[in-house]
Design a protein around this ligand. Structure first.
Ligand SMILES: [Zn+2]
Length: 248
């Protein structure tokens, strides 16, 4: 009987571990041209939540915009990129200090990848004694890597006090990360480090600076609906209408 119980336990453990590997994959979707969106999953208070991130394939190598939220995917992401494109990852930008964005700084830096953040992000990581980027960039910086040019821009406070977006003018791709909520989102999500009143102004800045995006990538959930930025503004407005003080 005891033996049977331990066999059953063994089978349960085995099927669970299979289940887990099935639940924590690394889906990579082609967006357009040299752009790919990848997703990782993280257990947040008992619920598996996905996080979107972006990478760009250039002649010089691959540029990551945000690290996987799931740290067990740090190396598999490099391996998948190598297998898919036969290229090395050469740069990583984190769009704010939270773990679903900047969590990979230490790992990727040790792999010889150049890591970047703005000073606001660096100040937070330093204060929280977390791994920091090797390079600190100004709040509005244009990079040319191989055949691609992109702008990394701090629009002001929003989801976080240090959130940045990336804009690819030629392809009209706006990578918003957590600054932008998915068109499916029912609320603004985690607001522990947010300034909702400023978020509204920051969204307006992004909308007037980066015109007619064709692709908009939010930090979580569906990214195929480009109403996401307008939807974020709507959620912000609703929130402010409900709490006129605006702060949190
Ligand atoms: Zn965040």
């Amino acid at each position: 009987m005891r033996k049977l119980a331990s066999i059953i336990l063994f089978l349960v453990l085995v099927s669970n571990s299979f289940g887990q590997s099935k639940n924590s994959p690394l889906p990579i979707s082609h967006l357009t041209g040299d752009f790919y969106v990848y997703k990782t999953f993280h257990d947040y208070k008992g619920t598996l939540i996905s996080a979107n991130a972006l990478y760009l394939v250039t002649d010089k190598g691959v540029v990551l915009f945000d690290a996987p939220w799931d740290e067990t995917q740090f190396q598999p992401l490099l391996d998948s990129i190598k297998a898919k494109h036969n290229k090395e990852v050469i740069m990583l930008f984190a769009t704010h200090s939270h773990d679903d964005r900047a969590g990979g700084f230490d790992f990727y830096r040790k792999k010889g990848i150049k890591t970047y953040s703005i000073k606001l992000t660096d100040d937070i990581l330093k204060k929280e004694k977390k791994p920091r980027a090797a390079f600190i960039i100004p709040n509005d910086t244009t990079f040319t890597v191989g055949q691609h040019t992109f702008e990394v821009y701090y629009p002001g406070k929003g989801h976080a006090s240090d959130n940045i977006v990336a804009w690819f003018a030629k392809e009209k791709v706006l990578y918003g990360a957590c600054f932008i909520k998915s068109a499916d989102a029912k609320d603004l999500g985690y607001l522990g480090d947010s300034d909702v009143k400023e978020w509204k102004k920051s969204i307006k800045k992004v909308q007037s600076k980066f015109k007619n995006p064709i692709y908009i990538i939010p930090g979580h959930d569906d990214w195929t609906n480009t109403e996401s930025l307008n939807h974020t503004l709507k959620l912000v407005d609703e929130y402010l209408a409900q709490k006129p003080s605006g702060k949190k």
